[in-house]
Design a protein around this ligand. Structure first.
Ligand SMILES: Nc1ncnc2c1ncn2[C@@H]1O[C@H](COP(=O)(O)OP(=O)(O)OP(=O)(O)O)[C@@H](O)[C@H]1O
Ligand SMILES: [Mg+2]
Length: 474
């Protein structure tokens, strides 16, 4: 494969890349470069392999290809003498991964002039110091602006999520505030009632019995079954009718609270027996207060629990106080993402989780994976609109974990399908989609985690499947 043929300084000067070099520089090149030949159909170099050589085409025809989402795509073919390829970024040194960015294949028997990458790098750095700075600036600038755009997208996504979260937090928070205000009012009412009961004809043992009944009421309230609207109104009728028979004023105010606290007519009969008919009204109102405060405290408890749940999910989602790379359970990530996206989900969209809980934790960048789930779920929700089912499934696939996000939306049309992973490709109206969601997801899954992301789609049935290695790949 390697002949020891060299090109003379005069021959090198014919190549457009070298036409402006001095005789001394040409002599240096002639000395350090050599000519190689390749047979028709063979590879000159392969994408992803360490970039060790800089190539210039001297004779023959070549094709340049790139792998795009698993497919080899031909970028160009040429027989123009002097075109170059290979380690063209050698002069950037450690600033970039020194691997071939594409593959070069010989279409005919070819002759190439080859210079080792380290010598090419030295040459550019010492012969063209100023151009070198300009190139570095251009390259780094482009790379930074790409990252900034990506980061910005992520921030925007997080921004709209935090708006959703604020909304989600607001409901339980205002419920808790309302319940606390009512509770304060009811507790004041109870203090007042206590004085009235003490003033009355209740002797010590009756009062003792009343406190016991109160304890019972608390227990009944805690185990109150959930009634349908119809069942509740039937029960309220029954209780109110009985209280009315016993001569209570305005029993209709009391009935809903008593029923919510699981109070039945049978139990009220017991109360009447213990307290006696004369004090029944005071006693029942006192018990109603007890039940109401109990229910209010439950409500506060629920609201506050919901708030801490949301805060925990937000923390899990953002991973703000965690190491960027950790061993994680993907289910925790999926759950927190679903909580964060809950506000974006219309009531007509059902979520089904089919988790394989036996899956082991995997090494990953959790905040970035959350970004992937967010993008995929956001797309699925966007595709389905008001109605549909979102299924989040996990399972094992050989030495990978598979996470699939499935939606019942209209699917991805075949002509759109090859382009969805391209940056800035979107079918959404201007201002709605940036077209970066899948591009970012692809980079996170494939480049960061050495996994894979695949899609299968037909109308009513679209699945994005993310594969993540169980163990770290070097
Ligand atoms: N689940 C899906 N169902 C149907 N089409 C989809 C689905 N997911 C992605 N697509 C298509 O792929 C395109 C690109 O998706 P991508 O997430 O990259 O960008 P976007 O959703 O349009 O915008 P962004 O995510 O930046 O808001 C979408 O515009 C849409 O046409
Ligand atoms: Mg999207």
């Amino acid at each position: 494969m390697t002949d020891d043929e060299r090109l003379s300084p005069q021959q090198l000067k014919q190549l457009f890349l070298f036409e402006a070099l001095s005789d001394e520089q040409l002599r240096w090149l002639a000395e350090h470069g050599r000519v190689e030949t390749r047979a028709e159909g063979t590879a000159v170099y392969q994408e992803g392999e360490p970039a060790t050589c800089f190539y210039v085409l001297v004779e023959g025809a070549v094709a340049l290809t790139r792998r795009v989402h698993g497919e080899e795509v031909e970028v160009s073919r040429t027989e123009q003498k002097g075109v170059y390829g290979g380690a063209i970024q050698a002069y950037l040194g450690d600033a970039v991964d020194q691997v071939y960015r594409n593959s070069l294949r010989a279409l005919t028997p070819v002759k190439l002039w080859v210079l080792p990458a380290d010598q090419f790098s030295t040459l550019v750095r010492t012969w063209f110091p100023m151009a070198m700075h300009l190139l570095e600036g251009l390259f780094m600038g482009m790379r930074n602006s790409q990252t900034v755009v990506g980061e910005r997208e992520r921030l925007l996504a997080l921004g709209s999520l935090s708006a959703g979260l604020t909304h989600e937090l607001n409901n339980p928070a205002s419920a808790a505030v309302r319940a606390t205000a009512t509770l304060r009012d009811r507790v004041a009412g109870m203090r007042h009632k206590l004085a009235m009961i003490a003033d009355g004809r209740l002797d010590g043992s009756q009062l003792h019995r009343l406190v016991e009944l109160q304890e019972q009421a608390v227990k009944r309230a805690a185990s109150a079954p959930k009634l349908t609207a119809l069942q509740a109104s039937d029960a309220e009728d029954e209780v109110a009718d009985w209280l009315e028979e016993c001569g209570l004023t305005a029993p209709w105010d009391l009935a809903p609270t008593l029923v919510a606290g699981n109070v039945t007519v049978d139990w009220l009969r017991e109360v009447k027996q213990v307290i006696g008919p004369a004090d029944l009204e005071s006693a029942v109102r006192w018990l109603a207060y007890t039940i109401e405060t109990e229910l209010l405290m439950n409500e506060i408890d629920d609201s506050v629990t919901r708030i801490s749940g949301l805060v925990a999910a937000a923390k899990q989602y953002s991973q703000l106080d965690r190491a960027p790379h950790q061993v994680v359970d993907v289910h925790d990530l999926l759950d927190s993402t679903l909580v964060m996206l809950a506000a974006k989900r219309p009531p007509g969209v059902r979520v089904v989780k089919e988790y394989d809980r036996s899956l082991p934790a995997i090494p990953a960048y959790p905040a970035e994976l959350n970004q992937v789930w967010t993008n995929l779920i956001d797309n699925a929700l966007g595709a389905m609109g008001e109605q549909g089912t979102l299924t989040v499934r996990t399972g094992r696939d050989g030495d990978h974990i598979a996470v699939s996000i499935h939606d019942t939306g209209p699917g991805i049309p075949p002509d759109v399908r090859p382009r969805i992973f391209e940056p800035f490709f979107t079918t959404k109206p201007v201002g709605e989609g940036t077209g970066l969601g899948l591009d970012i997801s692809y980079r996170i899954v494939v480049n960061r985690h050495h996994g894979d992301i695949r899609v299968e789609s037909q109308p009513g049935d679209t699945t994005f499947r993310v594969l993540l290695p169980l163990v770290e790949t070097p």
